[in-house]
Design a protein around this ligand. Sequence first.
Ligand SMILES: Cc1ncc(COP(=O)(O)O)c(C=O)c1O
Length: 362
Amino acid sequence: MKVASYIRDLVPYPPGKPVEELKRELGLRDVIKMASNENPIGPSPLAVQAIKDFLNKINFYPDGSGYYLRRRLAQELDVKMENIILGNGSNEIIELLCRTFLTSEDDEVIFSFPSFAVYRLIAQAMGRRKIEIPLKDYRHNLSEIKDKISKNTRLVFIDIPNNPTGTIVYEDELNKFINGIDDDCLVVLDEAYFGYGTGKDYPDILSFFRNNKNVFVLRTFAKLYGLAGLRIGYGIGDEEIVDYLNRVRQPFNVNSLAQIGARAALDDKEHIKRTLEINKKGKEFLYRAFEDMNIEYIPTYANYILFDVKQDAEEIYNKLLHKGVIIRSMKGYGYKTCLRVTVGTEDQNRKFIECLKEVMGV
Ligand SMILES: Cc1ncc(COP(=O)(O)O)c(C=O)c1O
């Protein structure tokens, strides 16, 4: 079969190992997964109820325009409905942006390395030119990114917080960066972990969309709202950009249960509050545990922590798997001695630290 070399060279996205798979492989009974930055307390109960109530209507196609969810989001975010596009996960919107704006061989996309792996994967699947700028001190190197922007640059992806480091860029840095970028280059600020980042350092990402026609913001229901399995995310951008994306997307890209669940999750203030409390407490527990073990970590603005074991990360990852703890080795992200752990529940965090101590012999 004839296939382009860029497809042959594609390495599929390595998802966090599923719990059931590890149980099967190693014959383990108790397995915890802290590998994919999912919400450890489960989905929003209001979303679950709304989905149950809707189940007998799934013989109908979903609302292709996502009218009610977009209207609800528009109210919540104080933007127009025409500024919002829904996607089958924010992953789909990343793909739509690439399909809409990377249309000629010269078109380029820029992103950091390491950052969310899907930017690279989609650009490569389309055979498009990608420029990867190494992080500097675990943060986006905005001045280097800006230097590399050329007349061919159509898209720049910046995840804030960055996955996998959990670091952010500050408002003044972002202002300086965006100022002067050509209107034909779309700056995508991927705020998948919005809500987790607090403090006066944390930038108001939406304000950059409000002030710049060429800024597009991505968000997801997969993290804060606990709806990763439903696959639903959204983008906020200039009406003209959203209109183009709508022409490219499939007519029923977001299923009805996802739309119904997402609307209910937005109202579930109690679930959001609990999620953020658990994350804050868990983060503090893990920071203290790492400090006790003399393990360096990067303070995070998200629900995961990058830490450095100063030895082969893959080995620690595999030993933890044998104890029923799934986290992520960062070897493939260029950090050979680092791992990333999702902040879990109190019990999960404790079990993870106990097992980490055992496998590291401390
Ligand atoms: C930075 C970043 N952007 C986007 C996504 C994709 O989210 P979704 O589940 O909505 O496709 C993730 C998921 O881990 C992420 O870390």
